[in-house]
Design a protein around this ligand. Structure first.
Ligand code: OXD
Ligand code: MN
Length: 596
């Protein structure tokens, strides 16, 4: 029985919200409408209902209390970039890296698909708040969905109910309409209407396509608002790095999907780094505003983790392994006979296993992996013991550095720092990384993913670069900019750097650069650490490995910049001149270094 869901809007619902809900219901024709209040009772009753109709499988209550497994449609397992559209009035505003559809055309097409799509279903109304309570930076959205799985996931990932309605009275809200429809991949659309602050998503039930507060609102629509209002909505983690003297240095980091952002956010310091710690503020998204003093301040719009399961283990991320053992929804992981979840990279696999589609799976005999490579867990950030006490700060945390990263088996050194903000913007703009399973499509191919925002920037990427560059003219204390690459391979095809907890050595160098303490050598691409400044003695890494990790190979960089040049050319006339000049300068530095 769903006790807390009512057919009538609660008293605190403003009329503009109830009118919109009614107008959507007239088109989609759900059997009933339920207003979500985000309470525990509501969560439990939704979960119970899904367990009884098979949408969720209850996991072992003794070892995984209050945990559930959801198996998605096998054709609906990742973000669908090919079905994602920016419906700006002007095509040029969507730019060359987005799919565009004219708003009228999109409305007409979607209207047909929406007609009666919720018949026989309940429509959930989910008012949600993104960001800290009482923060000038927070935003409200209302998602309408016919998926109870989306409803409970939104209750983990955002703040649902009264708290959102309270904020809504002060500011406007983003409208999000989602229907699983028939899950027909040929009619899948994730459409964003920046001028109407509206998202319509049809025929998918996968996280990034369906939890509209996440990529659709917090990044695609928010990036447009950020451009117009002078702030940044970024695909970035936020962490506070505590050094032994108790000082906290906050940094943000942009890495493409499934490239270790969650692991870095939850880094557990290695034994040889006593007194250091990493406090999590966000593992995926950062909203960064300039305050009246000119400090960049970052908040996390989200309230949960929606992270990739495979390769998460006690070795790679011991801190998350603690928290996914309770109150967690798993999607597309494998299941053992004692009802516990399993995925590749977790450790030895149990004798009997069902794969992510519920089929019996035997290692060495069954095809493919037991868990889907993009299987996920959804869990509340509140469960995390190293959550920064500043997570809730309505003013956010002050940012000293911005880090770019991603998988590069060659070329990019372990860490280096830009010469200036403009050079750092170039570093982000030319980010080219190996693709992962988070989006549908080929895995492991190099693609340009500027600032890790290629799939998430809601407007013309060239204008986005211009927006980044505009911060030099503001009265701001610009953060330093770095790039890191823990994924460089040696000649034997193995990772040169041990990664995971050891990445704190790299973060320490960054912190010390921010404090003007760590040494670096000037190379054509930027400041690279001296081997001594990395102080890796305790890690017993041979000196030759360290030099390999820090090596800057000029001819290979010149080749890389050729592909940057082609990428920039593909962006057309809007590419800011400053960025072009930065690129030419970098090429000149590399060329003259070769010839000197
Ligand atoms: C995510 C993604 O789910 O980036 O965070 O795809
Ligand atoms: Mn992400």
């Amino acid at each position: 029985m769903i006790m807390t869901l009512t057919e009538e809007p609660p008293d605190d619902v403003p009329r503009n919200v109830s009118h919109w809900v009614q107008s959507v219901a007239e088109i989609t024709k759900p059997d009933s409408v339920s207003w979500c209040d985000g309470s525990e009772e509501e969560f439990s009753s939704l979960v119970d209902k899904m367990v009884s109709d098979g949408t969720l499988i209850k996991l072992n209550e003794r070892t995984y209390p209050n945990c559930y497994l959801h198996r998605s449609d096998p054709n609906d397992v990742a973000r669908s970039e090919e079905a994602t559209f920016i419906c700006s009035r002007d095509k040029d505003d969507a730019g060359p890296t987005n799919n565009w559809m004219a708003p009228d055309e999109a409305h007409a097409k979607l209207r047909k698909l929406l007609e009666g799509c919720m018949v026989g279903r309940r429509m959930y109304v989910i008012p949600y708040l993104l960001g800290p309570v009482n923060s000038p930076y927070s935003q409200v959205g209302v998602e309408l969905t016919d998926s109870p799985y989306v409803a409970v996931s939104m209750e983990v990932m955002t703040k649902v109910g009264h708290v959102a309605l309270e904020h809504l009275r002060k500011d406007g809200f983003v409208k999000g309409l989602h229907s699983m429809g028939t899950l027909d991949p040929r009619n899948k659309y994730i459409c964003h209407f920046p001028d109407e602050k509206l998202i319509i998503s049809l025929n998918s039930n996968y996280g990034g396509n369906a939890l509209l507060g996440k990529k659709c609102h917090s990044l695609r629509l928010a990036s447009v608002m950020a451009r117009d209002e002078g702030w940044l909505a970024e695909h970035m983690l936020i962490i506070g790095i505590e050094s032994p003297d108790g000082t906290l240095t906050y940094v943000t980091g942009a890495f493409p999907s499934a490239s270790g952002k969650t692991n870095l956010t939850m880094l557990k310091p290695p034994d040889y780094m006593k007194g250091w710690n990493v406090w999590a503020v966000s593992d995926d998204i950062a909203w960064v505003h300039l305050d009246s003093e000119g400090t960049f301040r970052a908040t996390n719009p989200e309230s949960g983790f929606f992270a990739v399961a495979p390769n998460t283990s006690l070795k790679t991320n011991p801190r998350i392994m603690e928290i996914v053992k309770r109150n967690t929804i798993f999607t597309n992981v494998a299941l053992s006979s004692d009802q516990t979840p399993w995925w590749e990279g977790m450790g030895e696999h149990p004798r009997k296993l069902w794969d992510w589609q519920g089929r019996v799976w035997t290692a060495g005999r069954s095809p493919g992996s037991a868990a889907h490579p993009n299987s996920r867990f959804t869990t509340s950030i509140r469960q995390y013991s190293s959550l920064s006490p500043e997570y809730d700060n309505p003013n956010g945390v002050p940012i000293s550095a911005i880090i770019f990263g991603g998988r590069r088996s060659e070329l990019v050194p372990l860490v280096y720092e830009s010469f200036s903000w403009e050079h750092g913007v170039l570093m982000g703009a030319m980010l080219r990384v190996e693709t992962t399973a988070a989006a549908s499509g080929e895995v492991g191919v190099l693609r340009n993913d500027p600032m890790a925002m290629k799939p998430f920037c809601g407007y013309n990427i060239a204008d986005y670069f211009k927006h980044w560059l505009s911060f030099t003219s503001k009265r701001g204390k610009l953060p330093r900019i770095f790039q890191i690459n823990p994924f460089r391979l040696g000649p034997d095809g193995r990772f040169l750097w041990p990664g995971y907890g050891h990445n704190l050595v790299v973060l320490k160098w960054i912190v010390e650069r921010c404090r003007g303490r760590a040494e670096a050598v000037e190379t054509p691409i930027g400041y690279v650490p001296t081997p001594a400044s990395l102080k890796v003695a305790a890690m017993n890494l041979p000196e030759s490995t360290i030099s390999e990790l820090l090596r800057v190979e000029n001819p290979a960089w010149i080749d890389e910049l050729e592909s940057t040049r082609l990428f920039f050319e593909s962006l057309g006339d809007k590419l800011p001149k400053t960025l072009q000049q930065e690129l030419e300068r970098l090429i000149d530095r590399l060329a003259s270094d070769i010839h000197s």
